[in-house]
Design a protein around this ligand. Structure first.
Ligand code: GTP
Ligand code: MG
Length: 425
């Protein structure tokens, strides 16, 4: 459709028509409900809070059941995320509930929030990968994205720990955070009031965005805005049942009295259950998809090079984006290849130069040795000549001496003869 047609079409007034009789599309909401009920729902809760703060107890209390639990040790090497999925049914509604525990969080100073962030991102990534598949099966996909993070605050009565603020700040763009003051029976009423105010002001001054119960739907706007003013909820968990009057109620029993979990003047447990399960569970699921996942998806796709519009504000087609990215990638690959080749050539040149230098050094050494050798040879030759001359001189002297000796011998042997002759005469 041409742009002008589009404009005319959207500018056309919509006409209201009345129906002559019952058509049946008023059953659409019922059809939706029926489809959703058949499909079932999934809800994923992340519990973050120090070891032994009462996470498992609160989950058991909230869902009125006993989930598998194992106590975490205080000596975990790192924070570890432990998801457990359960199938729950209430009336004809099936709920696939996943409770994820951040085991070991807050135990020692080196415990950080990174594994929690990574876990949340991994669930988003899995969902994105499923969406990007050619054959998607989102209909029966087990959605593990975290819908709510219950952040358990230690009831110190002082202020939030810096670890709490840092962690919540890191998580607030990725998940709906509902902060709760755990073990609220261990703090007095007036202290609790001050503590709540302090927590909220610290969250605001540190720019931590916590989940706000929505007030745009008229049906729940009033209750939600009242409940927003009660945050953070101060809760007490217990799976123990105590007889109060003639009724068995969930409570914690102390020597001085009983703290009833579901008594609104004792704690905010009922408010939390109302808000989390009965009123806003669907909003939490929706916010996860439309806000947090959307943000993750947008960043990830932009990182991958996808854009909605090109520099001239024209819509970008997926094909074009893919081609551009492919060209970019090939260009980079070629550049890298060229760099590698150049590096290789340089290396070869360097090695060649080194080898030549070594050869020259060796040659010089050889020449030097050769010179020394010749010098020595010459010296030896000279010595030999000298020795020969000495030998010749010696021989000459020897011959002369021998001649002299033989002459004197001759002379001495002739003398007696002469004497004899003289005597005979
Ligand atoms: P890990 O999973 O080991 O980190 O512990 P957790 O946070 O799941 O705590 P858990 O529910 O196991 O409770 C630890 C202890 O705290 C138990 O002895 C509970 O009875 C107690 N506890 C739980 N909730 C409350 C509470 O609201 N008030 C008080 N006073 N104690 C509680
Ligand atoms: Mg536990």
């Amino acid at each position: 459709m041409a742009a002008t047609d589009l404009e005319r079409f959207s500018n056309e007034e919509k006409r209201n028509l009345s129906l002559g009789g019952h058509v049946g599309f008023d059953s659409l909401p019922d059809q939706l409900v029926s489809k959703s009920v058949t499909q079932g729902f999934s809800f994923n809760i992340l519990c973050v809070g120090e070891t032994g703060i009462g996470k498992s107890t609160l989950m058991n209390t909230l869902f009125n059941t006993t989930f598998e639990t194992e106590e975490a040790s205080h000596y975990e090497n790192a924070v570890r995320l432990r998801p457990r999925t359960y199938d729950l049914q209430e009336s004809n509604v099936h709920l696939k509930l996943t409770i994820v525990d951040a085991v070991g969080f807050g135990d020692q100073i080196n415990k950080d929030e990174r594994p929690i962030v990574e876990y949340i991102d991994t669930q988003f990534e899995n969902y994105l990968q499923e969406e990007l598949k050619i054959r998607r099966s989102l209909f029966n996909y087990h959605d593990t994205r975290i819908h709510v993070c219950l952040y358990f605050i230690t009831p110190t009565g002082h202020s939030l720990k810096s670890l709490d603020l840092v962690t919540m700040k890191k998580l607030d763009s990725k998940v709906n955070i509902i902060p709760i003051i755990a073990k609220a029976d261990t703090i007095s009423k007036s202290e609790l009031h001050k503590f709540k105010i302090k927590i909220m002001s610290e969250l605001v001054s540190n720019g931590v965005q916590i989940y706000q119960f929505p007030t745009d739907d008229e049906a729940v706007a009033e209750i939600n805005s009242v409940m927003n003013a009660h945050l953070p909820f101060a809760v007490v968990g217990s799976t123990e049942e105590v007889k109060v009057g003639n009724k068995l109620v969930r409570a914690r029993q102390y020597p001085w009295g009983v703290v009833q979990v579901e008594n609104e003047s004792h704690c905010d447990f009922v408010k939390l259950r109302e808000m989390l399960i009965r009123v806003n569970m669907e909003d939490l699921r929706e916010q996860t998809h439309t806000r947090h996942y959307e943000l993750y998806r947008r960043c990830k796709l932009e990182e991958m090079g996808f854009k909605d519009t090109d520099p001239d504000s024209q819509p970008f087609s997926l094909q074009e984006t893919y081609e551009t990215k492919r060209k970019e990638f090939l260009g980079e690959l070629q550049k890298k290849e060229e760099e590698m080749r150049q590096m290789f050539v340089n290396k070869v040149k360097e090695t060649e130069a080194e080898l030549k230098e070594k050869e020259r050094e060796l040659h010089e050494k050889f020449e030097h040795l050769k010179r020394i050798h010749q010098e020595e040879k010459r010296k030896v030759e000279e010595k030999r000549r000298e020795l020969e001359e000495e030998m010749n001189a010696f021989n000459r002297r020897k011959v002369a001496v021998e001649t002299l000796q033989s002459q004197s011998l001759q002379a001495t042997s002739q003398q007696p003869l002469k004497k004899d002759k003289d005597r005979k005469k």
